[in-house]
Design a protein around this ligand. Structure first.
Ligand code: SDX
Length: 433
């Protein structure tokens, strides 16, 4: 017998079922609250509201736990590969050797994009932000593959669209980088693994060879794993709600990319580096910038700090901070902003303002330092976040479709003008806005 919650409003009493997840989390099922009571709930920013059940990713913000399909992010980052984590997120299980080989092979042989996409790139204003280009190029895939417009096709046809999306994302991301550098694109090399192929398409110059550094491949692979999924964050919720209207996968992913661009979400990794550079250029006075972040009259926030779910530490930030030291040491790079980042973190973690609000470094705080060491310009950082998050978006979209979820359509509480008669323009006085 399900546990029931009792809601008493005035003389009326309503019963609402409490449902329990596999990790012991409890939720009040309000599916028929309005039918029972005429009431809706209001939770601006969905800070307390679950939009779905899901079996893909589990977070425990108090304990800093992140698991994909039951496997810890620590294990996956250390022992798995990004292409394997893509399989795990989409299919729900770790692949056998044969399944992984087939998955990898199918994806490798779909990495080319239609040559017409180069014409779209050519028309894009030089210097336009890479994320705006990524939104457009991913959505344009539905034009190149019109059969994908019908998301209600057979499971194998859906999987073909999914593999095609995974295969072409690195190619598109590399083309965006090449456009920003004013260099000709480098075609995919299907003899290379997923990450090496991406790095080769990005950093190989058409006039010379590019030596693929295993240290960089390993760092990039780990960063992509760490970004792969994060349950119902802003961009994933966007992918789900767009997909719930039965829009095709490419357009749903494109909408998620647009949501990720925001500086409060995935755009924070670019903002963090710009913030650290500003602090360095300002003489490294971290206390001054912490004071700005605490000043309610100053719009400045400590970018890369705070999280809606994590209230002790973001396990991804812990892994990335450790990788920062390893990668920069192996590459023989000393980046002064890393020292500033560590100094800022230490000061903030000892400052009552941040401690009281449970603000800790999140996934975006250290990631940009590694991206920069690898050679990416700051404006490409959120594109790299999107490249990592792609399998998560796809898995969540696929789960929402498989669960045959209804179109997402939240309610609201109206607080505007009540009914009033139309006033002819001659009779209207000036209304103060
Ligand atoms: C990502 O959801 C996910 O899972 C996202 C993500 C993923 O993998 O998909 O983890 C990726 O988006 C990480 C977050 C990247 N964003 C940033 O680093 C931007 C800086 N951080 C914030 O703006 C903020 O912390 C959020 C957006 C991340 C979370 O915001 P919330 O949960 O809505 O919290 P809030 O804005 O209500 O803040 C609560 C209090 C406020 O102060 P008071 O009104 O209580 O006095 O904390 C303060 C805020 O002013 N605060 C900060 C702060 N973050 C929160 N003050 C200074 N600097 C900050 N960074």
């Amino acid at each position: 017998m399900a546990e029931m919650a009792i809601l008493k409003i005035g003389e009326e009493v309503y019963e609402l079922p409490v449902i329990i997840g596999t990790e012991g989390e409890r939720a009040l099922d309000i599916s028929d609250l309005r039918d029972q009571s005429g009431l809706i709930t209001l939770d601006i920013g969905y800070k307390n509201t679950g939009s779905t059940t899901s079996s893909i990713t589990f977070l425990n913000g108090e304990k800093g736990i992140l698991r994909h399909r039951g496997y810890s992010i620590e294990d996956l980052a250390e022992k798995s590969s990004f292409i394997e984590v893509c399989y795990l997120l989409v299919h729900g299980e770790l692949p056998t050797k044969e399944q992984l080989a087939t998955w990898d092979e199918d994806i490798r042989h779909q990495t080319l994009v239609n040559e017409d996409m180069s014409n779209i790139f050519a028309a894009y204003p030089t210097g336009s932000h890479p994320m705006g280009q990524l939104v457009a190029m991913v959505s344009s895939l539905s034009s190149f593959y019109p059969e994908s417009l019908n998301p209600n096709r057979t499971p194998e046809q859906q999987l073909h669209t999914i593999r095609r999306m995974l295969a072409k994302m690195p190619t598109i991301c590399a083309m965006i980088y090449k456009k920003s550098a004013g260099h000709p694109k480098i075609y995919p090399n299907n003899n290379l693994d997923y990450v090496s192929n991406f790095l080769n398409m990005t950093f190989k110059h058409v006039t010379e060879d590019y030596e693929i550094d295993p240290v960089i491949v390993d760092a990039m692979d780990k960063l992509l794993i760490l970004h792969a999924d994060h349950e119902q964050n802003c961009s994933t919720s966007t992918v789900r709600i767009v997909g719930s209207s039965h829009a095709n996968l490419y357009t749903s992913i494109s909408a998620g990319i647009a949501a990720l661009w925001g500086p409060l979400h995935g755009g924070a990794n670019q903002e963090v580096i710009e913030m650290l550079e500003a602090i360095r250029n300002d003489g490294g006075n971290t206390e001054k910038w912490l004071d700005k972040a605490k000043d309610k009259n100053d719009p400045f926030r400590l970018m890369g700090f705070g999280h809606r779910v994590y209230k002790n530490f973001d396990p991804r930030a812990t892994i990335i901070k450790k990788a920062c030291d390893q990668v920069l040491t192996k590459l023989g790079i000393h980046d002064p902003v890393l020292d500033i980042a560590k100094k800022l973190e230490e000061a903030a973690l000892n400052d009552p303002y941040f401690v009281e609000r449970k603000l800790y470094p999140n996934v975006d705080f250290y990631s940009g330092i590694i991206y920069r060491a690898i050679g990416f310009p700051t404006e490409m950082f959120t594109v790299l976040f999107a490249l990592g998050r792609l399998p998560g978006w796809i898995a969540q979209w696929r789960e929402m479709r498989a669960d045959k979820q209804p179109i997402g359509r939240p309610r609201q509480l109206y607080t505007g003008a009540v009914s009033r008669a139309y006033v002819p323009i001659e009779q209207r006085g000036a209304v103060t806005a």
